[in-house]
Design a protein around this ligand. Structure first.
Ligand code: DON
Length: 462
């Protein structure tokens, strides 16, 4: 927006909008504008959704548990009250609440990015000839390898240190760093990506455990031929010290949610294969010893870091970056975890929320207009003509039986209206009964769900 304002200000003269100005205005938001013109946003009621996010943010803010990491002064300095959430949809809609402009280090949130870049550069088979894909069931910095003497997965320290040696193996140290920074900037749509040299120095000074892991892997010949273990460690410490804000981090997450194409610039940054692998590993191994519970309760790929960051991906919908420094015993941000849980308790974002015949939660996503119209038409026609078996078929294939037409009438309204006028003999009574049974079923499944209209209300209306 700032860019647009500046561009308009610079161009004050006779021509208010020339080709160049138009380019400058739309350049950074091309995906968003295309979707806006097509009226096809993934979350059409974005302001309603954003208000709900603000409510969740406020509820979660009340959480006072957890402890800010203090093994280095650069982390210990952060106030426990800091709390920010930013989201970016796959079509570039943005929302931020709280401390979303303050830079913090990615720390372990860089691990999925390292892995994604390594796979993008080479391929899955090559990367996984050096590192496993199984959750370790151990703490992230344990001195442990799997049965083949490989790091358990790329989301624990051993795996990430090893992956550091796979990225741009022939380049020198400076080139590697620049290359990685360019890559993550592309993922962040050229928004804020910085580097904390103080954090890097502290990580190196206090990184005895990581050195021990490095030497252990060297002894077990884990590194590729020609790789230098100390260089790999040094690069790993640098990568942990890369800074983002919630805002820029949410764009990175959105690039993953969008299959590797940055939703702000429209540029393909990562291959589809790299993104798919990364999301799978985030899902199974991204949250330390909480990964199983996260997969169970939240059902979404995520990665946390000791700075209090959580990078959350809702595939095909949006990326989220939460940040609040106080950590729980496992090392995850207390507020970040609560936010993820609250989000999924309100919206049907859990990987398995969309199974057929499931209890309904709110779905903020766009419904395909054509499909919906077709379903409304089919339902209304079956209700009008008393076709019970067609209606049963729709219910069994999880069509929403409460779909409303342009006058807010449901199939039950239509069937009841036909029933009460002249069509008893055509079986409408049976249709009404069937639709009422359907109502009863929903009531038993979830009392909170908005119920279809009751028959006596309908009688009153006709
Ligand atoms: O390697 C370390 O110990 C830290 N710099 C990274 C820590 C972190 O975020 C926890 N990781 N899984």
């Amino acid at each position: 927006m700032e860019k647009v304002r500046r561009a308009v200000k610079d161009s004050v003269g006779e021509v208010m909008m020339d080709r160049d100005l138009f380019h400058r205005c739309v350049g950074g938001n091309i995906v968003l504008l295309i979707q806006a013109f097509r009226k096809k946003f993934i979350i059409p009621e974005f302001d309603v959704f954003a208000r709900k996010i603000n409510e969740i943010y406020k509820t979660v803010q009340e959480q006072r548990d957890g402890k800010v990491a203090d093994y280095i002064p650069q982390l210990a300095k952060f106030s426990p009250n800091l709390w920010g959430v930013s989201l970016c949809t796959v079509d570039g809609q943005r929302h931020s609440v709280g401390d979303t402009k303050q830079p913090f280090c990615l720390q372990s949130c860089v691990k999925p990015l390292q892995y994604a870049i390594a796979v993008h550069e080479s391929d899955t088979e090559k990367v996984h000839s050096y590192v496993g894909m199984e959750p370790s069931g151990l703490k992230f910095n344990v001195l442990s390898l799997d049965e083949e003497d490989k790091p358990h997965n790329p989301m624990v320290n051993a795996g990430a240190i090893l992956i550091s040696s796979l990225i741009k193996p022939l380049a020198n140290k400076a080139e590697k760093f620049d290359y990685f920074m360019e890559f993550v900037k592309k993922m962040a749509g050229q928004e804020y990506v910085g580097f904390s040299n103080a954090t890097f120095q502290s990580e190196k000074e206090t990184g005895d455990r990581n050195f021990a892991i490095g030497y252990y892997m060297k002894e077990k010949r884990c590194f590729p031929p020609g790789a230098d273990m100390i260089d790999a460690l040094d690069f790993y410490f640098q990568l942990c010290s890369i800074e983002v804000t919630c805002e820029s981090g949410s764009v990175m997450a959105a690039t993953l949610a969008n299959g590797g194409i940055c939703p702000i610039t429209g540029e393909r940054v990562l291959s589809a294969e790299a993104v798919r692998n990364t999301l799978s590993l985030m899902h199974s191994c991204g949250m330390y010893d909480f990964s199983g519970q996260m997969a169970f309760h939240v059902g979404l790929p995520a990665k946390s870091g000791v700075s209090g960051a959580i990078l959350l991906v809702i595939p095909n919908v949006m990326g989220v970056m939460c940040w609040s420094p106080p950590l729980d015993k496992v090392g995850n941000s207390v507020r970040g975890i609560h936010f993820c849980q609250e989000l999924v308790s309100q919206f049907n974002f859990h990987n398995y929320d969309n199974l057929r015949h499931f209890v309904k939660k709110q779905d903020p996503r766009r419904q395909d207009g054509d499909d919906r119209n077709k379903s409304v038409f089919n339902l209304m026609f079956a209700a009008f003509s008393g076709d019970v078996s067609a209606l049963r078929r729709f219910a069994l294939s999880s069509v929403d039986m409460d779909l409303k037409d342009y006058d807010s009438r449901t199939a039950l309204h239509i069937a009841a209206a036909e029933d009460f006028t002249y069509a008893m003999q055509f079986g409408h009574e049976e249709v009404v009964k069937m639709l009422q049974e359907y109502q009863e079923d929903w009531k038993q499944q979830d009392g909170e769900v908005e119920q279809p209209p009751k028959l006596d209300t309908i009688e009153g209306m006709i």
